[in-house]
Design a protein around this ligand. Structure first.
Ligand code: GDP
Ligand code: MG
Length: 166
């Protein structure tokens, strides 16, 4: 099994930290799935039974700047082409404009979207419920997975869950 995964989320939620933790190989791509040139490969994780190819979603990283129609289309197309979208949010901050921007962009995407709540090492478990609630109604997430990309909590479980969607 192999598939493409895109991690989206506003700056500083921990996307790079997560990628750095999970990525084994940085460049090589060994999937037979079609790959469009505009999708930049960020890294490849090769496990016994599967391969996860993490790709960049152009246009998603600068929600502060108004996106041109073209970039918006590129971003939306990329999100349609991947197998799993990880929408990463910060457990220590309330839902904000940057999050709204991305939720709007997701629209009614056919691709399964996971809500990945990162930095749970920084919040009390009791507070996690409120955080989940604040996102839950905004989108029909396929999975909701709290993690700590920094400490590794639940990261293995997230990878297993992704695997089950490939
Ligand atoms: P990005 O902008 O989404 O790529 O975010 P980064 O990966 O650069 O992380 C931004 C900051 O958050 C860095 O200082 C990380 O060390 C920190 N960070 C990332 N993940 C976690 C986490 O799970 N827990 C804590 N406490 N900090 C984290
Ligand atoms: Mg980053």
């Amino acid at each position: 099994k192999s598939g493409f995964i895109s991690i989206i989320g506003r700056p500083n939620v921990g996307k790079s930290t997560f990628l750095n933790r999970v990525i084994g190989q940085k460049i090589a791509i060994m999937s037979d799935k079609p790959q469009t040139t505009r999708n930049k490969v960020q890294g490849v994780l090769t496990l016994d039974e599967s391969q996860m190819i993490f790709i960049d979603t152009p246009g998603i990283h600068k929600p502060k700047h108004k996106l041109g129609d073209f970039m918006l289309k590129v971003a939306k197309n990329t999100l349609r082409e991947v197998d799993v979208i990880l929408f990463m949010v910060n457990a220590t901050e309330p839902r904000g404009k940057g999050d709204e921007f991305i939720i709007d962009l997701l629209e009614k995407n056919e691709t399964p979207v996971f809500l990945v709540i990162n930095k749970i090492d920084q919040v009390h478990p009791d507070d996690l419920i409120g955080i989940i609630e604040s996102y839950k109604d905004k989108y029909d997430f396929a999975e909701i997975v709290p993690i700590s990309a920094l400490q590794g909590n639940n990261v293995e479980r997230l990878l297993e869950t992704i695997q089950s969607y490939l």
